[in-house]
Design a protein around this ligand. Structure first.
Ligand code: PLP
Ligand code: COI
Length: 355
């Protein structure tokens, strides 16, 4: 259990007004959580302080070698004013899986969740309550030693910042277009693809820019070795409904084990769908698109929630899915998941936690 010191802001910021367009990740609340790590001392000095800039040496290792980890989850405001988190224990576990791969000291899971809850509690008035909005929570660790040798840092900073946000995609729940990337790759097995760390996102930018320039929202990655098997999208996992079955790439070490992915697959299984987590070649996908058995495509992610995909581009071909409209199962999953997250539907699996 952390002993968290709290320093409240003397200059509260103006909160967005009802009806303001929030976008994603532009606005930050009044406070943030911080905790230091030093070799020999462990994690120490847990505190909540006013949101502010931090000072680091230009030699800080995070700037040079990217030894860093981040997480993403959301706080939701229910109709009765209660504040909910969705499966924060899963984020704490995944944070430590990333930490381990990156030689970052682990954070006790209960401390991670306590830190998140404490800072959300202090800034609970910042949680927007209009449909589709929530408080995006970004916990992260950076390596802070000022040292240019390539080695694990001996000091770190764990922080949690909060951002009132709307839909991740400007289009909201309207189907997005996805570019299947056959040139650049994001990750390979044995690398860091399964970890939530800056390098994976840096590696994704060039392809994303290319896709954006062509009017696509994100990139769908193929495996880094054969460029043949479907992996995941820039900020979400990908799920297909093919001939009535739910098919998604298995967790193979190079894709992120999404918490939304896990939740959506659980719902599908509970609803009686056959769910296959396996290798899917891009050829199989294209064949299914051609012969009409590709019924629905959607992405899953904390920021993206359940996002219908209405268009796929591979090499020079473009495939329309579901006439550009949201599929029936996609909509049902969106409604059930957000219903649980916002406290509007019963939570029979212990996924929702109250702050
Ligand atoms: N894949 C990538 C690359 C992501 O950045 C995210 C977002 O967190 C996801 C998948 C979805 O993961 P989750 O559902 O845990 O948010
Ligand atoms: C999330 O969904 O939490 C993410 O981290 C996606 C993101 C990279 C914006």
């Amino acid at each position: 259990m952390l002993n968290i010191r709290v320093e409240k802001t003397q200059n509260p910021k103006k909160k967005p007004a009802k009806g303001d367009k929030l976008g994603f990740g532009h606005i930050f609340t009044d406070h943030m959580f911080m905790m230091n790590y030093d070799e020999g001392q462990g994690w120490h000095d847990a505190r909540i302080v006013p949101f502010q800039n931090i000072t680091l040496s230009p030699a800080a290792m995070v700037f040079h070698y990217g030894q860093t980890m981040f997480e993403g989850l959301k706080a939701y405001k229910g109709d009765n004013g209660e504040v909910y988190l969705f499966r924060p224990d899963m984020n704490a576990k995944r944070a430590n899986n990333s930490n381990k791969r990156l030689c970052i000291p682990s954070i006790p899971e209960e401390d991670f969740v306590q830190a998140v809850k404490a800072v959300v509690d202090i800034d609970r008035d910042w949680i927007p309550d209009e449909p589709g909005t929530s408080l995006y929570i970004r916990p992260f660790v950076i390596s802070t030693d000022d040292h240019l040798g390539v080695a694990p840092s001996k000091s770190y900073l764990f922080m949690v910042i909060l951002s009132p946000s709307g839909a991740y995609y400007e289009s909201g729940l309207a189907p997005v277009g996805i570019w299947i990337e056959d040139d650049y790759v994001r990750a390979v097995r044995g690398g860091i693809g399964f970890a939530k760390t800056g390098g994976n996102y840096a590696a994704s930018l060039a392809a994303q820019v290319k896709a954006h320039d062509d009017g696509y929202s994100q990139v769908l990655w193929l495996d880094g070795v054969e460029r043949k098997y479907i992996e995941e999208v820039g900020a979400m996992n990908i799920v297909f409904k093919i001939s009535g079955k739910i098919v998604t790439p298995m967790l193979n070490g190079s894709i992120l084990p999404g918490i939304t992915r896990d939740s959506v697959l659980t719902l599908c299984r509970d609803w009686g769908y056959e769910v296959e987590e396996r290798k899917i070649s891009v050829d199989e996908l294209i064949e299914a698109a051609h012969n009409g058995t590709l019924e629905e495509v959607f992405g899953t992610g904390t920021a993206a929630v359940v996002s219908p995909v209405g268009k796929l581009r591979y090499k020079n071909e473009v495939f329309e899915i579901g006439g550009g409209k949201i599929g029936e199962l996609t909509q049902k999953l969106y409604d059930e998941l957000t219903g649980i997250q916002w406290g509007k539907r019963p939570d029979t699996r212990g996924w929702r936690q109250t702050v």
